[in-house]
Design a protein around this ligand. Structure first.
Ligand SMILES: Nc1ncnc2c1ncn2[C@@H]1O[C@H](COP(=O)(O)OP(=O)(O)OP(=O)(O)O)[C@@H](O)[C@H]1O
Ligand SMILES: [Mg+2]
Length: 263
């Protein structure tokens, strides 16, 4: 049997302790506690409706938690606005990619670079030469990021011409533009064909090798097997167990959670 989830406050690069969130009568997060070790690719799995995406929304500041605590290192994230959380090094991707379809792949990343807080104000006071310089640096960074996710050859393609899998890679690229400490990936493998899946797996591994930390929601168990250690299982708004996937998948509590939700 795997380790039961800890009751004392979580530690780790990202530490979530006793987080609650309800939507009307639905308790989406019911005292969720987990921690993500620096440098890991931690998997977050669980049946539909377990609260995984809600947890990402709460960590990234898109939704405010009702209670509990979230820390990145020593810093409290809960209560901060989404842009302040992003600035502290937390990036996330969405379960359904939302690229700006009429723009090119490269422009999608530049928009994100220009969306940083302070950018507009800085431009008002900057000289044209400094604006050009910032523009050039943003473009260079965008090209490097596109290379790192194997999309450089599509830099000038319109985002709405990308396949579902390529849009997922663009989501990852967008998240990487801010050079985050930790990336929250919501089902990166969904709708990705086998060839692109290889590329996605290798990309995430390479990024991990370069010191990046990932928390990754996924239903594709092949991807979880290949990438994630440890794996945390969530059900009904709480974390159930944590451990290597080979052990987690055999845990009776996990089987029960999946079977219960299917029923
Ligand atoms: N904005 C919202 N308003 C009302 N209920 C919500 C909202 N967001 C989530 N929920 C509910 O909260 C619960 C958790 O949903 P969530 O999307 O976090 O699950 P999930 O684990 O990501 O599921 P999936 O694997 O299907 O993506 C569900 O019962 C869902 O219907
Ligand atoms: Mg979800």
């Amino acid at each position: 049997m795997c380790a039961a989830m800890p009751n004392p406050p979580a530690t780790g690069l990202l530490a979530v302790t006793g987080v609650t969130k309800s939507f009307g009568g639905v308790l989406a997060l019911a005292g969720c506690t987990l921690s993500v070790r620096e440098g890991s690719i931690t998997g977050l799995i669980g049946p539909n409706g377990a609260g995984k995406t809600t947890l990402f929304n709460v960590i990234s500041g898109l939704t405010r938690a009702d209670g509990g605590e979230i820390r990145l290192g020593r810093e409290r994230l809960d209560g901060l606005a989404a842009h302040a959380i992003a600035r502290r090094g937390v990036a996330r991707t969405f379960q359904i990619p939302r690229p700006l379809g009429r723009m090119t792949v490269l422009e999608n990343l530049l928009v994100y670079a220009h969306d940083q807080p302070g950018e507009l104000l800085a431009r008002v006071f900057a000289t044209p030469a400094r604006v050009r310089d910032a523009e050039r640096r943003a473009r260079e960074r965008a090209r490097l990021v596109l290379e790192s996710v194997d999309l450089a050859h599509l830099a000038d393609a319109r985002a709405d011409a990308l396949s579902g899998g390529q849009k997922k890679l663009l989501e990852l690229a967008r998240a990487l533009m801010s050079d985050p400490h930790i990336v929250l990936l919501d089902e990166p493998g969904a709708g990705v064909n086998p060839t692109l899946m290889r590329s996605l797996i290798e990309t995430i591994r390479t990024l991990q090798g370069a010191g990046r930390t990932f928390l990754l929601i996924e239903h594709d168990m092949d991807l979880v097997t290949e990438l994630c250690d440890p794996v945390i299982v969530m059900a009904q708004g709480k974390t159930l167990v944590e451990g290597p996937f080979t052990e987690v998948r055999r845990d009776p509590r996990v089987l029960e959670a999946y079977l219960g939700s299917a029923a």
